[in-house]
Ligand binder design. Sequence first.
Ligand code: SF4
Ligand code: SF4
Length: 348
Amino acid sequence: MSNYIVYLEQLEGLFAGWQEKYKLFVPQEKEGFYFLEEYSPEAEISFDYDLLYNPPKSFIFPPREDLIEFDLKTYKSKPLFTVSPQILFGLHPYDIKALNQLDQVMDMGSVDVNYRQRRDNTIIMGLTPLRVCPEAFWGSVNAFNVDFGFDLFWTKIGPATFLVEVGSKKGEELLFVNGRVDKATSAEREVARRKKQEIVSLVQKQNRLKYSWEEVPRVLEKSFDSFLWAEKSRKCLACGSCNLICPTCYCFDILDEVDDKLNKGKRYRTWDGCMLESFAKIAGGHNFRGRAAERYRHRYFRKGKYIYDMLGELGCVGCGRCVRVCTARIANPLEVFNVLWEALSYER
Ligand code: SF4
Ligand code: SF4
Protein backbone atom coordinates (compact mmCIF):
# COMPACT_ATOMS: atom_id res chain seq x y z
CA MET A 1 0.00 0.00 0.00
CA SER A 2 1.52 3.37 -1.05
CA ASN A 3 1.69 6.32 1.34
CA TYR A 4 1.88 9.96 0.30
CA ILE A 5 2.20 13.36 1.94
CA VAL A 6 -0.37 16.09 1.28
CA TYR A 7 -0.17 19.61 2.72
CA LEU A 8 -3.18 21.58 3.89
CA GLU A 9 -2.59 24.22 1.20
CA GLN A 10 -3.01 21.54 -1.51
CA LEU A 11 -6.47 20.53 -0.33
CA GLU A 12 -8.48 23.32 -1.95
CA GLY A 13 -7.03 22.43 -5.36
CA LEU A 14 -7.64 18.72 -4.84
CA PHE A 15 -11.22 19.32 -3.72
CA ALA A 16 -11.88 21.57 -6.74
CA GLY A 17 -10.53 18.85 -9.04
CA TRP A 18 -12.73 16.18 -7.43
CA GLN A 19 -15.83 18.37 -7.57
CA GLU A 20 -15.69 18.35 -11.35
CA LYS A 21 -16.93 14.75 -11.24
CA TYR A 22 -18.15 14.12 -7.71
CA LYS A 23 -20.38 15.60 -5.04
CA LEU A 24 -18.01 16.04 -2.11
CA PHE A 25 -19.11 15.76 1.53
CA VAL A 26 -16.80 16.79 4.38
CA PRO A 27 -17.18 17.07 8.20
CA GLN A 28 -18.48 20.48 9.26
CA GLU A 29 -19.68 21.98 12.52
CA LYS A 30 -23.21 23.33 13.05
CA GLU A 31 -24.27 24.69 16.43
CA GLY A 32 -21.81 22.57 18.33
CA PHE A 33 -22.50 19.29 16.47
CA TYR A 34 -20.72 17.76 13.50
CA PHE A 35 -22.28 16.64 10.22
CA LEU A 36 -21.05 15.37 6.87
CA GLU A 37 -22.16 18.23 4.59
CA GLU A 38 -21.52 19.22 1.00
CA TYR A 39 -18.23 21.04 0.57
CA SER A 40 -17.88 24.60 -0.68
CA PRO A 41 -14.63 26.62 -0.71
CA GLU A 42 -16.04 28.73 2.18
CA ALA A 43 -16.66 25.64 4.30
CA GLU A 44 -14.59 25.15 7.41
CA ILE A 45 -13.60 21.50 7.55
CA SER A 46 -13.69 19.96 11.04
CA PHE A 47 -10.68 17.65 10.88
CA ASP A 48 -10.90 17.25 14.66
CA TYR A 49 -14.59 16.32 14.91
CA ASP A 50 -15.45 13.72 17.55
CA LEU A 51 -18.58 12.14 16.00
CA LEU A 52 -20.70 12.81 12.92
CA TYR A 53 -24.36 13.10 13.78
CA ASN A 54 -25.52 11.77 10.42
CA PRO A 55 -24.43 8.14 10.04
CA PRO A 56 -22.62 7.56 6.70
CA LYS A 57 -25.20 4.91 5.71
CA SER A 58 -27.63 7.77 4.92
CA PHE A 59 -25.57 8.64 1.79
CA ILE A 60 -25.88 5.13 0.37
CA PHE A 61 -29.11 3.92 1.92
CA PRO A 62 -31.18 7.13 2.29
CA PRO A 63 -33.79 7.46 5.08
CA ARG A 64 -36.46 7.65 2.38
CA GLU A 65 -36.04 6.37 -1.15
CA ASP A 66 -38.65 6.37 -3.93
CA LEU A 67 -38.61 2.99 -5.68
CA ILE A 68 -41.31 3.06 -8.38
CA GLU A 69 -44.11 5.29 -9.57
CA PHE A 70 -47.34 3.74 -10.79
CA ASP A 71 -50.49 4.75 -12.64
CA LEU A 72 -53.68 3.29 -11.19
CA LYS A 73 -55.64 3.91 -14.43
CA THR A 74 -53.25 2.25 -16.88
CA TYR A 75 -51.66 -0.19 -14.37
CA LYS A 76 -48.24 0.87 -15.64
CA SER A 77 -45.23 1.48 -13.45
CA LYS A 78 -41.63 2.57 -13.84
CA PRO A 79 -38.64 2.41 -11.52
CA LEU A 80 -37.37 5.61 -9.94
CA PHE A 81 -33.69 5.56 -9.22
CA THR A 82 -31.01 8.19 -9.39
CA VAL A 83 -27.40 7.92 -8.44
CA SER A 84 -24.62 10.48 -8.67
CA PRO A 85 -20.94 9.91 -7.93
CA GLN A 86 -19.97 11.11 -4.47
CA ILE A 87 -16.99 11.32 -2.14
CA LEU A 88 -17.43 10.92 1.61
CA PHE A 89 -14.32 12.57 3.05
CA GLY A 90 -13.21 12.15 6.64
CA LEU A 91 -14.89 8.99 7.92
CA HIS A 92 -13.46 7.55 11.11
CA PRO A 93 -12.46 3.85 11.05
CA TYR A 94 -15.51 2.66 13.04
CA ASP A 95 -17.85 4.28 10.48
CA ILE A 96 -15.95 2.62 7.60
CA LYS A 97 -16.26 -0.67 9.46
CA ALA A 98 -20.02 -0.09 9.73
CA LEU A 99 -20.22 0.48 5.96
CA ASN A 100 -18.16 -2.66 5.31
CA GLN A 101 -20.71 -4.55 7.38
CA LEU A 102 -23.66 -3.05 5.48
CA ASP A 103 -21.95 -4.02 2.19
CA GLN A 104 -21.94 -7.66 3.28
CA VAL A 105 -25.53 -7.63 4.50
CA MET A 106 -26.95 -5.83 1.47
CA ASP A 107 -25.13 -8.18 -0.94
CA MET A 108 -26.27 -11.30 0.90
CA GLY A 109 -28.81 -13.53 -0.90
CA SER A 110 -30.65 -11.31 -3.29
CA VAL A 111 -28.45 -8.23 -3.84
CA ASP A 112 -29.99 -4.86 -2.90
CA VAL A 113 -29.38 -3.24 -6.29
CA ASN A 114 -30.09 0.34 -5.24
CA TYR A 115 -27.64 0.07 -2.35
CA ARG A 116 -25.03 -1.63 -4.55
CA GLN A 117 -25.22 0.98 -7.31
CA ARG A 118 -24.86 3.86 -4.86
CA ARG A 119 -22.01 2.10 -3.05
CA ASP A 120 -20.19 1.53 -6.37
CA ASN A 121 -20.51 5.27 -7.05
CA THR A 122 -19.16 6.29 -3.65
CA ILE A 123 -15.53 7.02 -2.84
CA ILE A 124 -14.66 6.60 0.83
CA MET A 125 -11.90 8.65 2.39
CA GLY A 126 -11.05 7.76 5.98
CA LEU A 127 -9.54 10.03 8.62
CA THR A 128 -7.75 9.11 11.85
CA PRO A 129 -9.76 10.65 14.73
CA LEU A 130 -8.07 13.46 16.64
CA ARG A 131 -10.71 13.51 19.38
CA VAL A 132 -13.03 10.98 20.97
CA CYS A 133 -16.63 11.66 21.92
CA PRO A 134 -17.41 10.87 25.59
CA GLU A 135 -19.89 8.13 24.61
CA ALA A 136 -17.56 6.23 22.24
CA PHE A 137 -16.18 2.76 22.91
CA TRP A 138 -14.93 1.70 19.47
CA GLY A 139 -11.59 0.76 20.99
CA SER A 140 -13.27 -2.19 22.77
CA VAL A 141 -15.31 -3.71 19.95
CA ASN A 142 -12.62 -4.29 17.32
CA ALA A 143 -13.55 -1.18 15.34
CA PHE A 144 -10.46 0.99 15.89
CA ASN A 145 -8.78 -0.01 12.67
CA VAL A 146 -9.81 -0.87 9.11
CA ASP A 147 -7.65 -2.31 6.39
CA PHE A 148 -10.21 -2.23 3.60
CA GLY A 149 -13.36 -0.34 2.61
CA PHE A 150 -11.64 2.96 1.82
CA ASP A 151 -10.06 4.49 -1.27
CA LEU A 152 -7.78 6.87 0.65
CA PHE A 153 -7.09 7.14 4.37
CA TRP A 154 -5.85 10.40 5.85
CA THR A 155 -3.90 10.93 9.09
CA LYS A 156 -2.96 14.42 10.27
CA ILE A 157 0.69 14.08 11.28
CA GLY A 158 1.47 17.80 11.70
CA PRO A 159 -0.39 21.13 11.92
CA ALA A 160 -0.66 21.29 8.11
CA THR A 161 0.51 17.85 6.98
CA PHE A 162 -1.40 14.66 6.20
CA LEU A 163 -0.12 11.19 5.52
CA VAL A 164 -2.42 9.55 2.99
CA GLU A 165 -2.65 5.77 2.61
CA VAL A 166 -3.93 4.44 -0.67
CA GLY A 167 -6.69 1.84 -0.50
CA SER A 168 -7.62 1.59 -4.19
CA LYS A 169 -6.42 2.52 -7.68
CA LYS A 170 -9.32 4.97 -7.97
CA GLY A 171 -8.19 6.65 -4.74
CA GLU A 172 -4.62 7.00 -6.01
CA GLU A 173 -5.87 8.55 -9.27
CA LEU A 174 -7.88 11.10 -7.27
CA LEU A 175 -4.80 12.01 -5.27
CA PHE A 176 -2.91 12.71 -8.52
CA VAL A 177 -5.71 14.79 -10.05
CA ASN A 178 -3.50 17.94 -10.02
CA GLY A 179 -0.20 16.17 -10.63
CA ARG A 180 1.96 13.86 -8.53
CA VAL A 181 2.33 14.21 -4.76
CA ASP A 182 5.32 13.32 -2.58
CA LYS A 183 5.81 9.80 -1.23
CA ALA A 184 5.90 9.49 2.57
CA THR A 185 9.18 8.61 4.26
CA SER A 186 9.43 5.79 6.78
CA ALA A 187 9.73 8.40 9.57
CA GLU A 188 6.44 9.99 8.49
CA ARG A 189 4.78 6.57 8.37
CA GLU A 190 5.98 5.97 11.91
CA VAL A 191 4.44 9.29 13.08
CA ALA A 192 1.08 8.26 11.52
CA ARG A 193 1.25 4.86 13.21
CA ARG A 194 1.85 6.53 16.58
CA LYS A 195 -1.01 9.02 16.05
CA LYS A 196 -3.38 6.10 15.44
CA GLN A 197 -2.11 4.24 18.48
CA GLU A 198 -2.48 7.31 20.73
CA ILE A 199 -6.15 7.82 19.89
CA VAL A 200 -6.92 4.11 20.33
CA SER A 201 -5.29 4.20 23.79
CA LEU A 202 -7.39 7.25 24.64
CA VAL A 203 -10.74 5.66 23.71
CA GLN A 204 -9.77 2.42 25.44
CA LYS A 205 -8.96 4.29 28.62
CA GLN A 206 -12.23 6.21 28.48
CA ASN A 207 -14.82 3.42 28.02
CA ARG A 208 -13.92 -0.20 28.11
CA LEU A 209 -15.67 -3.52 27.69
CA LYS A 210 -14.60 -5.53 30.73
CA TYR A 211 -13.91 -8.65 28.66
CA SER A 212 -13.10 -9.63 25.07
CA TRP A 213 -15.65 -8.56 22.44
CA GLU A 214 -15.66 -12.13 21.15
CA GLU A 215 -17.28 -13.22 24.42
CA VAL A 216 -20.32 -10.93 23.96
CA PRO A 217 -22.45 -13.52 22.07
CA ARG A 218 -21.86 -16.09 24.82
CA VAL A 219 -22.70 -13.57 27.55
CA LEU A 220 -25.97 -12.69 25.78
CA GLU A 221 -26.85 -16.33 25.20
CA LYS A 222 -26.64 -16.94 28.96
CA SER A 223 -28.60 -13.75 29.73
CA PHE A 224 -31.76 -14.33 27.70
CA ASP A 225 -33.86 -14.42 30.88
CA SER A 226 -32.00 -11.64 32.68
CA PHE A 227 -33.94 -9.23 34.92
CA LEU A 228 -32.18 -6.38 33.10
CA TRP A 229 -34.39 -6.40 30.00
CA ALA A 230 -37.58 -5.61 31.93
CA GLU A 231 -35.91 -3.27 34.38
CA LYS A 232 -34.21 -1.04 31.80
CA SER A 233 -36.97 -1.11 29.19
CA ARG A 234 -39.48 0.33 31.69
CA LYS A 235 -38.05 3.73 30.74
CA CYS A 236 -38.11 3.13 26.97
CA LEU A 237 -40.15 5.63 24.97
CA ALA A 238 -40.18 3.35 21.88
CA CYS A 239 -38.99 6.32 19.82
CA GLY A 240 -36.65 4.20 17.66
CA SER A 241 -33.91 6.87 17.69
CA CYS A 242 -31.26 4.34 18.75
CA ASN A 243 -32.03 2.27 15.64
CA LEU A 244 -32.29 5.08 13.14
CA ILE A 245 -29.06 6.81 14.15
CA CYS A 246 -27.07 3.56 14.20
CA PRO A 247 -24.56 3.19 11.32
CA THR A 248 -25.05 -0.59 11.17
CA CYS A 249 -28.87 -0.80 11.38
CA TYR A 250 -30.40 -1.53 8.01
CA CYS A 251 -34.08 -2.46 8.50
CA PHE A 252 -36.59 -0.75 6.26
CA ASP A 253 -40.27 -0.77 5.45
CA ILE A 254 -41.88 -0.47 2.00
CA LEU A 255 -44.98 1.69 1.67
CA ASP A 256 -47.23 3.08 -1.07
CA GLU A 257 -48.64 6.59 -1.27
CA VAL A 258 -51.28 7.70 -3.78
CA ASP A 259 -52.58 11.11 -4.80
CA ASP A 260 -55.95 12.31 -3.48
CA LYS A 261 -57.72 11.42 -6.77
CA LEU A 262 -56.34 7.88 -6.63
CA ASN A 263 -54.78 8.24 -10.11
CA LYS A 264 -51.07 7.91 -9.47
CA GLY A 265 -48.78 6.84 -6.70
CA LYS A 266 -45.31 6.02 -5.54
CA ARG A 267 -43.79 3.06 -3.74
CA TYR A 268 -40.98 4.04 -1.41
CA ARG A 269 -38.82 2.55 1.28
CA THR A 270 -38.09 4.16 4.56
CA TRP A 271 -35.88 3.26 7.54
CA ASP A 272 -37.58 1.17 10.18
CA GLY A 273 -36.40 0.13 13.64
CA CYS A 274 -36.94 -2.85 15.92
CA MET A 275 -37.50 -0.57 18.93
CA LEU A 276 -40.64 0.87 17.36
CA GLU A 277 -43.80 -0.77 18.64
CA SER A 278 -45.16 -1.24 15.11
CA PHE A 279 -42.02 -3.05 13.84
CA ALA A 280 -43.18 -6.58 14.58
CA LYS A 281 -46.90 -5.96 14.07
CA ILE A 282 -48.46 -8.30 11.53
CA ALA A 283 -51.87 -9.02 10.02
CA GLY A 284 -54.73 -9.21 12.52
CA GLY A 285 -52.98 -6.76 14.85
CA HIS A 286 -50.70 -9.46 16.33
CA ASN A 287 -47.33 -8.30 17.56
CA PHE A 288 -44.63 -10.90 18.10
CA ARG A 289 -42.55 -8.42 20.14
CA GLY A 290 -45.35 -6.48 21.77
CA ARG A 291 -43.62 -5.91 25.12
CA ALA A 292 -40.95 -3.24 25.54
CA ALA A 293 -38.65 -5.75 27.27
CA GLU A 294 -38.79 -8.08 24.26
CA ARG A 295 -37.94 -5.26 21.85
CA TYR A 296 -35.19 -4.00 24.11
CA ARG A 297 -33.61 -7.45 24.42
CA HIS A 298 -33.91 -8.03 20.69
CA ARG A 299 -31.89 -4.90 19.89
CA TYR A 300 -28.97 -6.07 22.05
CA PHE A 301 -29.14 -9.58 20.61
CA ARG A 302 -28.96 -8.06 17.11
CA LYS A 303 -25.92 -6.01 18.08
CA GLY A 304 -24.12 -8.66 20.10
CA LYS A 305 -25.18 -12.08 18.83
CA TYR A 306 -27.26 -12.40 15.66
CA ILE A 307 -24.92 -10.30 13.47
CA TYR A 308 -21.93 -12.06 15.05
CA ASP A 309 -23.43 -15.44 14.17
CA MET A 310 -23.86 -14.25 10.58
CA LEU A 311 -20.63 -12.28 9.96
CA GLY A 312 -18.22 -13.16 12.79
CA GLU A 313 -18.18 -9.61 14.16
CA LEU A 314 -20.37 -7.54 16.47
CA GLY A 315 -23.21 -5.50 14.96
CA CYS A 316 -22.03 -2.55 17.06
CA VAL A 317 -18.96 -0.50 16.15
CA GLY A 318 -18.99 1.51 19.39
CA CYS A 319 -19.59 4.93 17.81
CA GLY A 320 -21.73 6.09 20.77
CA ARG A 321 -24.51 7.68 18.66
CA CYS A 322 -27.30 5.69 20.33
CA VAL A 323 -25.96 6.63 23.76
CA ARG A 324 -26.14 10.29 22.79
CA VAL A 325 -29.64 10.30 21.33
CA CYS A 326 -31.48 8.19 23.89
CA THR A 327 -33.36 10.58 26.16
CA ALA A 328 -34.13 7.72 28.58
CA ARG A 329 -30.39 6.94 28.86
CA ILE A 330 -30.84 3.21 28.45
CA ALA A 331 -29.46 2.57 24.94
CA ASN A 332 -25.77 2.07 25.77
CA PRO A 333 -24.57 -1.35 24.47
CA LEU A 334 -21.28 -1.14 26.40
CA GLU A 335 -23.09 -0.61 29.67
CA VAL A 336 -25.55 -3.45 29.01
CA PHE A 337 -22.83 -5.90 27.90
CA ASN A 338 -20.79 -5.08 31.02
CA VAL A 339 -23.73 -5.35 33.45
CA LEU A 340 -24.74 -8.73 32.00
CA TRP A 341 -21.17 -10.01 32.29
CA GLU A 342 -20.92 -8.84 35.89
CA ALA A 343 -24.23 -10.52 36.76
CA LEU A 344 -22.94 -13.80 35.31
CA SER A 345 -19.68 -13.41 37.27
CA TYR A 346 -21.67 -13.16 40.55
CA GLU A 347 -23.51 -16.34 39.67
CA ARG A 348 -20.28 -18.30 39.24
S1 SF4 B 1 -25.43 0.27 18.64
FE1 SF4 B 1 -25.01 2.41 19.23
S2 SF4 B 1 -22.81 2.46 19.62
FE2 SF4 B 1 -23.21 0.58 18.50
S3 SF4 B 1 -22.88 1.11 16.35
FE3 SF4 B 1 -25.07 1.41 16.76
S4 SF4 B 1 -25.27 3.56 17.34
FE4 SF4 B 1 -23.09 3.06 17.46
S1 SF4 C 1 -33.83 2.79 24.02
FE1 SF4 C 1 -33.89 5.04 24.08
S2 SF4 C 1 -33.57 5.71 21.94
FE2 SF4 C 1 -34.08 3.53 21.90
S3 SF4 C 1 -36.30 3.46 21.55
FE3 SF4 C 1 -36.00 3.38 23.81
S4 SF4 C 1 -36.04 5.52 24.46
FE4 SF4 C 1 -35.82 5.56 22.23
